[in-house]
Design a protein around this ligand. Structure first.
Ligand SMILES: Cc1cc2nc3c(=O)[nH]c(=O)nc-3n(C[C@H](O)[C@H](O)[C@H](O)COP(=O)(O)OP(=O)(O)OC[C@H]3O[C@@H](n4cnc5c(N)ncnc54)[C@H](O)[C@@H]3O)c2cc1C
Length: 421
């Protein structure tokens, strides 16, 4: 518990920022200062760089950082999922080694979960981890791995026991991407970006101290990662890359821009993936379609949907503020956000007409609408598809019967699979 109030936090962080903020510092140097003062991750435990502030007060810290035009800690990409997972399940060694560098942005991460034969059925993963001498040796393949081409570390779900039921034979590791046994091959998407990769492991190695949780306890750790991912998706990606509020001149901004152009590059289409609801009214006014009663009606429906999804996301944040573990509201919110994205794509098309097919400079919107159209399907797939979210909601919220096969307790090696292992 904390005695802090909004006013006390605001005045304390404001005074600290006024005394310490300097745009001519190096990016990592500044972030370390912010972390040392407890303002980098104020909601985190005191033992791990934080102040244990509830989310509403941590948001006050963000507001003040933005108000003064300062740069915050690195908080986009898989590193947020890595940090959340390690905070909950990591050893002190792992927290010491990884948490601070995730905040400074020195380390980048990827999530090595999905495989060619197991995406929705994640517990069916067949990448092997075998303890040989004092090393875990990894063989197999992952796919859809966002950012693997920029990553230093991967959150790996691998099979360590083929004789246990599928959920009980998995173990969670932190894998060093920069080693000879790991090959990263980029894939290109239909929207032209290349965010994903295939990742192949041939006798890749992991030291025992990089095992997270228990041997065979990987499913519980992966569930934590997924819950945080779904909550992130439910919050939407609309604010990613939002325009800074003040003029940004100085060494730190140059370094931040370089970071955005490299490690953050795979995420630059994420606002389009969320549907760009923020552009709808302006585009309707600019094109005169705002006077069309049918278009007005569709815009109203979209804004109502978006507003209700935002309330769902706020409910999830309130649950977190009360210290409740991430629960099904993440799935509800994620499903809502993919509905909003698809509805926004439809409304954008209604407004743009045939121009929605134009890309780049040929299009009055600079190609944003075309990019929205071909990016929104990703929201219905990433982090668990819409169908999987519906299964979770039906089983865990509505208490409907479990889907057939989901409680398969045969040894994993006897479970029929569609890939060789
Ligand atoms: C933008 C984006 C980023 C991603 N980033 C990563 C990443 O960084 N790391 C990572 O590990 N993965 C990542 N993924 C992969 C993602 O998690 C998987 O694509 C997803 O879980 C679906 O798995 P799949 O593609 O194998 O589809 P499948 O599981 O093969 O599903 C195919 C279809 O069948 C449906 N289906 C499957 N099972 C059921 C069921 N039980 N009930 C009803 N319908 C079902 C699905 O809904 C889907 O429509 C990313 C995906 C996207 C789009």
């Amino acid at each position: 518990m904390t005695d802090a109030t909004e006013a006390s936090v605001r005045s304390e962080v404001r005074a600290w920022l006024e005394a310490n903020w300097d745009p001519n510092l190096g990016l990592v140097e500044w972030r370390n200062k912010l972390i040392d003062a407890g303002w980098g991750a104020p909601a985190w435990p005191k033992a791990w760089h934080g102040r244990e502030l509830p989310p509403a007060l941590a948001a006050v810290v963000d507001q003040e950082i933005r108000r003064i035009g300062a740069v915050g800690v690195a908080r986009t990409g898989i590193r947020t999922l890595a940090a959340a997972t390690l905070l909950e399940h990591g050893t002190d060694f792992q927290k010491e080694k990884f948490l601070r560098r995730s905040l400074t942005g020195e380390d980048t991460w990827c999530q090595l979960f999905s495989e060619p034969g197991s995406g929705s059925d994640l517990a069916g993963a067949t990448t092997r981890a075998e303890l040989t001498g004092n090393r875990w040796v990894i063989n197999g393949q992952k796919v859809w791995t966002t950012s693997a081409h920029h990553a230093d570390w991967g959150l790996l779900l691998a099979r360590t026991d083929w004789d246990k039921p599928k959920h009980q034979g998995l173990t969670f590791f932190v894998l060093d991407i920069h080693q000879p046994g790991v090959e990263v091959r980029p894939l290109r998407q239909m929207n032209g970006h290349a965010s994903f990769n295939q990742v192949f492991f041939t006798d890749a190695e992991i030291p025992p101290e990089h095992l997270v949780g228990e041997i065979g306890g990987g499913w519980a750790v992966a569930t934590t990662t997924l819950m945080h991912e779904r909550r992130g998706a439910a919050d939407g990606f609309a604010s990613w890359g939002a325009a800074p509020p003040v003029e940004r001149k100085g060494r730190i901004y140059d370094e931040e821009q370089a970071e955005t152009a490299t490690t953050m590059e795979p995420y630059k289409w994420y606002p389009q993936r969320a549907g760009r609801v923020d552009l709808v009214l302006a585009r309707a006014k600019a094109t005169g379609k705002i006077d069309d009663p049918v278009v007005r009606q569709e815009i109203a429906k979209l804004l109502i949907l978006a507003r209700s999804a935002e309330w769902t996301a706020r409910r999830a944040r309130a649950a977190m503020a009360e210290g409740r573990p991430p629960g099904p509201e993440g799935s509800l919110g994620k499903l809502a956000s993919s509905h909003v994205a698809r509805a926004a794509a439809r409304v954008h098309t209604l407004i743009a007409g045939a121009d929605a097919m134009l890309s780049g400079e040929d299009d009055p919107s600079g190609g944003v609408v075309a990019e929205v159209l071909i990016s929104v399907p990703a929201g219905s797939i990433a982090g668990g598809t819409d169908e999987i979210q519906r299964n979770i909601i039906s089983e865990r919220v509505l208490r409907m019967p479990k889907e057939p096969g989901s409680t398969d307790d045969r040894p994993f090696r006897e479970v029929p699979r569609n890939v060789a292992s």
